[in-house]
Design a binder for this molecule. Structure first.
Ligand code: NAP
Ligand code: G4F
Length: 344
């Protein structure tokens, strides 16, 4: 089996590649050229499989449709996972055109290439719980209404709809995974969970003295990325294409996350956390809670990692990184006054 993954350098790209390789797949991924190296998460896979055909990378960009179509023709994959996106909601307000274009152009190009190939290529679209808008405390499922509140969410609604349209119009095996927030030690450092756990590690080792956040009352249904990529894979093995929600069915506030993360190292979060409107959004998604019953019933999928284990896993990872950073600071190889390493 051959899989083609866009967004392979991201958090989910890493976990999905690892899963598919363990199942005997030949994995192909699209990476884009950047001025600084963007393969940190997958470097381990690159070196491990350097002498085999299990893990292969190709230059492409979601804004370069011909490169994507060419790759579908050359690779001839059995499965395509479209994970690539400008995935930061706050940044989507600053770069609305770029964000919506990357979200929308990728699916249309990939679905067109799949349709034209006349082969039975299965397609997974990375849809998002952000599309629901989080306007009340209801538990959200596949039937819930989309009320997008950001350019990011609007782009994802388009991608979701076009995936469904190609499924219904041309009979393609095209699925949408509506995933609620999922995190890990490989989570980007400007998303709130990782921003918190990274700060906990650095504060513990006295490299950083405070953590500045935005809306502490927002709540999210946070799961572990390693569990969620198993759900993506299961969707493409189902007998019929469809849309499925993946979530834990539990929601926690940003405040609760911070409280628990600081507690992991014996610190009181209130001594270190401050807030700034700089990290607030023009239109906030206040509350997200998902209902994964359909995925549980039809795919046999359920989350395996609790909220507490997730926080612990992320804090432990960032404590190790901060310990290494501290060595560099002590040797004057790094500036210790670098307080809040995030611009988002
Ligand atoms: P991520 O860590 O931010 O990774 C995004 C990936 O997209 C990276 O590989 C990035 O490449 C790539 N990308 C960005 N712009 C691109 C472009 N113009 N052309 C080609 N590739 C581009 O995101 P993630 O957390 O793994 O999420 C994977 C997907 O699921 C995304 O589509 C996201 O919107 C969606 N999603 C995520 C969650 C979640 O909680 N994590 C929940 C629901 C849906 P670089 O490394 O070069 O930047
Ligand atoms: O961690 P976040 O930036 O994730 P958000 O906006 O929920 O989006 C993530 O999950 C979506 C699934 O629902 C994905 F589709 C999307 O690609 C991404 O992976 O923010 C979570 C909450 C927000 O309410 C935000 O306002 O945390 C709040 N927050 C409070 N202080 C902060 C901060 N968010 C960030 N990034 N940084 C802060 O300092």
């Amino acid at each position: 089996m051959k899989a083609f993954i866009t967004g392979i350098t991201g958090q989910d790209g890493y976990y999905l590649s690892e899963l598919l390789i363990s199942k005997g797949y030949e994995v192909h991924g699209a990476i884009r050229r950047s001025s600084s190296i963007n393969t940190q998460r997958i470097d381990e896979l690159i070196s491990k499989y350097e002498d085999s055909n299990k893990f292969n990378l190709h230059y492409s960009d979601l804004l370069d449709p011909s490169s994507l179509s060419n790759l579908i023709n050359v690779i001839e994959p059995d499965e395509v996972y479209n994970l690539g996106a400008q995935s930061h909601v706050a940044v989507s307000f600053k770069n609305p055109l770029y964000t919506t274009q990357t979200s929308a152009l990728g699916p249309i190009t990939l679905l067109e290439a799949i349709k034209n190939s006349k082969k039975n290529i299965k397609y997974y679209q990375a849809s998002s719980s952000e599309m629901f808008g989080g306007v009340n405390k209801d538990s959200l499922n596949e039937e819930s209404k989309f009320i997008p509140k950001s350019p990011y969410a609007a782009g994802k609604v388009f991608a979701h709809d076009i995936t469904k349209i190609y499924r219904e119009s041309y009979g393609l095996f095209a699925t949408n995974g509506i995933l609620f927030n999922h995190e890990s030690p490989y989570r980007g450092e400007t998303f709130v969970t990782r921003k918190i756990t990274k700060a906990v590690g650095r504060i513990y080792y006295k490299i950083q003295s405070k953590l500045t956040l935005g809306n502490l009352d927002a709540s999210r249904d946070w799961g572990f990325a390693g569990d969620y990529v198993k759900g993506m894979y299961k969707m493409l093995q189902h007998n019929e294409p469809d849309d499925w929600v993946l979530a834990t069915g539990e929601t926690h506030s940003v405040k609760e996350f911070a409280q628990l993360a600081f507690k992991e190292v014996g610190l009181n979060w209130e001594d270190y956390v401050e807030t700034s409107s700089k990290y607030e959004r023009p239109n906030e998604v206040e509350h997200l809670l998902g209902d994964p019953a359909k995925a549980n019933k039809e795919l046999g999928w359920k989350p395996e990692t609790s909220f507490e284990s997730l926080v612990k896993m992320m804090v432990e990872n960032d404590l190790k990184s901060a310990e290494k950073e501290k060595v560099l600071v002590n040797e004057n190889l790094l500036n210790p006054t670098w307080e809040n390493p995030s611009i988002n």
